[in-house]
Design a binder for this molecule. Structure first.
Ligand SMILES: [Fe+2]
Length: 417
């Protein structure tokens, strides 16, 4: 069994973005480490070529929503949204008028649905701007969080509304937001700024996490994930190498310089270590001075709503995340930027990962967007993801994202599995 202290080692690492980073014009560092400083032992892969890395079969749902839509949809045409959204805070931002009975009724309605189900899907909101998106979310969640993930993270659309930061060609597997750092967020809000003509195209999927957790616990894999925890392995390429050699950056997810904010190898490694990560360097002909980090964490997180430990890690932190990601999908799995193992280093087989995915898929629900829709989802009680989608000429799909207030991860609590 993985020692609990180890399983709960926490990091404050600036997370690797969900977005391919395009190299910028940062000044090159004058420090170049001699190659002898690189450690040659590769601690991040046990049998690099021996694993079955066939892309996972991700279905997202069974064809029938795991939770009936009427349990978590609220039709806002029944409320006078013009009246509700008629106040401004001291900074001049549009906010709901909490003194109005209508606002209080809507707040109570949203609160009840959110507490019962863990998701609220508001339809017919009339929302067309990020200011209105923010204000409607504030009816339920007065406190917002500013995303402070790192320099190459999601670009703000406006204020604290961000884009989803992933290419549409990629299947985004079910995950809990910010499950790869010690500070996570309690909820996530999505606002449909632009939608496709086909209702299922560009849908976001949520998975009911209690059901997914129960299903995984019915398999020995569940207990194994409790006992061993997981280890996130990250591989961070060298920005200087890519700039100096004019390399194609489509195979880059996140440079170590961007992740740490330092151009200096020693300093960058120290920043990572100070956050609980183990760090090693490799000299790679493809990625230059290649930083490899390891981070141990619980698979589960105590969910204060359900009062039990539920799944929080997912295969989104494995190389499987890049199965359909342009550029990165063409890398062999041992060169992809992420890898998930059990917390004692045991390789997670494709069969293990597929089982895990199946549990989420069997509890999946598509959120079918109409323009102006807003969904606020609990990050404990739901995982979220979406399949790839295509766009016809002139078609657009834009989702704004607001990340909710943060909490310090504590992992699973003894006796609450
Ligand atoms: Fe996400």
């Amino acid at each position: 069994m993985l020692p609990r202290a180890l399983g709960r080692a926490r990091q404050g690492l600036a997370p690797a973005g969900r977005k391919v980073f395009i190299g910028n014009q940062q000044p090159a560092t004058k420090f170049v480490a001699p190659l002898t400083q690189f450690q040659t032992r590769k601690f991040h892969v046990l049998e690099p070529r021996g694993e079955d890395a066939t892309p996972l079969d991700v279905k997202y749902w069974t064809g029938k929503p795991a939770v009936a839509y009427n349990k978590f949809q609220i039709d806002l045409s029944k409320y006078d949204m013009k009246k509700i959204l008629s106040a401004y805070d001291e900074q001049g931002n549009l906010v709901p008028d909490l003194n109005l009975k209508q606002t209080q009724d809507l707040s109570q309605h949203m609160d009840q649905v959110f507490n019962d189900v863990g998701a609220v899907h508001c339809t017919n909101t009339g929302m067309t701007t990020t200011a209105e998106f923010n204000a409607i979310v504030k009816v339920l969640m007065p406190s917002h969080m500013k995303y402070e993930g790192g320099a190459n993270m999601r670009a703000p659309i406006e204020g604290n509304v961000y884009d989803t930061g992933a290419p549409r060609e990629a299947d985004l597997q079910y995950h809990h937001e910010m499950a790869y750092v010690n500070t996570s967020c309690k909820w996530v809000a999505f606002g449909a700024m632009e939608v496709t003509h086909n209702p299922m195209k560009g849908a976001t999927y949520i998975s009911e996490n209690n059901g997914a957790t129960d299903m995984l616990m019915d398999d020995p894999l569940g207990q194994k994930l409790i006992d061993k925890g997981v280890c996130y392995i990250r591989k961070l390429p060298d920005r200087k190498f890519f700039q100096d050699n004019n390399r194609d950056t489509s195979i880059v997810y996140n440079y170590w310089q961007t992740s740490t904010g330092s151009e200096d190898m020693e300093e960058a490694a120290e920043i990572m270590r100070s956050k609980g990560l183990q760090v090693e360097w490799e000299d790679s002909p493809i990625f230059g001075r290649y930083m490899v980090t390891k981070y141990y964490i619980d698979t589960f997180e105590y969910d204060p709503f359900s009062k039990r430990n539920t799944l929080y890690a997912s295969v989104a932190d494995d190389y499987a995340w890049f199965d359909s990601w342009p550029g990165l999908k063409d890398l062999p799995h041992w060169e992809r930027p992420l890898k998930l193992t059990f917390g004692d280093g045991e390789v997670m087989t494709r069969e293990d990962k597929q089982k895990w995915v199946d549990c989420y898929d069997k509890n999946g629900i598509p959120i079918i967007w109409e323009k102006g829709d807003i969904a606020i989802i609990c990050n404990y009680r739901t995982a979220h993801g979406r399949p790839t989608y295509d766009l016809l000429p002139g078609e657009k799909r834009e989702l704004g994202v607001i990340l909710g207030e943060t909490f310090e991860r504590q992992g699973g609590i003894e006796g609450k599995y």
